[in-house]
Design a protein around this ligand. Structure first.
Ligand code: ZN
Length: 343
């Protein structure tokens, strides 16, 4: 089917560009009257093929927006998942939890992404007013809600409000602290809408992100192996370090670190969790003393080990089970730094 080839093309197009997609974030869909093809959980946009899409029966999805679900959040999310899987034609492929949102937007192609530049705006304190200043009063802004059915309901209400007010279907939906939905009849139109949005956002930025390399210092050999052992009491962990001008903007200043103490987006929470360790000791000895105290305290308090440490003079350190996992953590947290810097 020509449309499915186009869906694959646009998915890979954005999936391969790290300004738009970090790790597993984002999803895409195509629909006709009967069916919707939506990225399945576990598939990655960059390498997706036809096999990476779940196909769902829209006649079974459509009633979900009217249905009464449980008031209990866990029960409700379970019921919603059950309904989604009942509507899935390609059994065994789990559709994204964001499928219902794709389904209610009345355009064939929908591309939902979490671009850095977009989240730089959507994670700002004055996100809504900035959005309207740049994109006009018509821009459809949805306040932050935890991902899941409640967010879907809110988006659905906002879409209906938009339809009755403007007598047309919204093509762009901005989700606070999350990302953006772009919808259109063709993939060319999707690209041109994204191009226009990114160009406008980049033009509006008064400060450019710090770029350039920073060397990892020699005393890293005194610090990293020791920290690795502190984190490897159950199993041997892999640690990876990254440093550059953006990272050192945060690692060298406790004042700047205040902006990245908490995550802004679901992506950051999913991959890096919600708490991080900041070590600001003046030399290797002090940093190791701090680690000996902070790491066990952190683990006891939050019930999990830190995935991300920011160490003064060293840079950003990821803790994972293997190098690939560490690279994903570094990419996601560095993206969170960009968002924090821009917002
Ligand atoms: Zn999303």
């Amino acid at each position: 089917m020509k449309e499915i080839d186009e869906l694959i093309e646009i998915s890979q197009f954005y999936g391969r560009d790290n300004r738009f997609v970090i790790a597993g974030g984002g999803n895409t869909s195509y629909k006709n009257n009967e069916k919707i093809w939506v990225k399945a959980s576990g598939a990655s946009l960059a390498t997706i093929t036809e096999d990476g899409f779940a196909i769902l029966d829209r006649a079974m999805l459509n009633p979900m927006s009217e249905k009464e679900y449980s008031k209990d959040v866990f029960e409700r999310e379970r019921q919603v998942k059950d309904d989604l899987s009942a509507a899935t034609i390609t059994k065994g492929k789990r559709p994204s939890v964001e499928t219902s949102m794709h389904n209610v937007i009345d355009y064939p192609f929908v591309v939902h992404l979490h671009p850095t530049a977009v989240n730089g705006l959507l994670c700002a304190v004055n996100a809504e007013s900035e959005l309207k200043r740049l994109f006009g009063d018509k821009a459809l802004f949805v306040e932050y809600t935890d991902p899941g059915y409640v967010l879907f309901n809110k988006v659905n209400d906002k879409l209906e409000e938009y339809r009755s007010k403007h007598k047309e279907e919204a093509q762009v939906i901005w989700l606070q602290n999350h990302g953006i939905f772009v919808a259109a009849k063709t993939i060319e139109e999707i690209k041109s809408i994204y191009d226009e949005i990114i160009a406008k956002l980049e033009g509006a930025i008064n400060e450019q992100l710090p770029t350039g390399d920073v060397d990892v210092p020699e005393n890293v050999v005194e610090i990293i192996p020791a920290i690795r052992m502190m984190l490897s009491d159950k199993e041997l962990k892999t640690l990876r370090i990254r440093n550059n001008k953006l990272i050192s903007y945060f690692s060298e200043s406790e004042e700047n670190q205040k902006d990245i103490i908490k995550p802004f987006t679901p992506d950051a929470i999913v991959y890096c969790k919600s708490n991080y360790i900041f070590l600001n000791g003046k030399d290797a000895g002090v940093i190791l003393e701090e680690s000996k105290k902070n790491i066990p305290e952190f683990t006891a308090r939050f019930g999990y080990q830190p995935k991300v440490l920011l160490i003064k003079g060293i840079g950003l350190v990821a803790v994972g089970d293997n190098a690939k996992q560490c690279d994903i953590l570094l990419d996601v947290y560095e993206d969170a730094m960009k968002v924090a810097y821009l917002s």
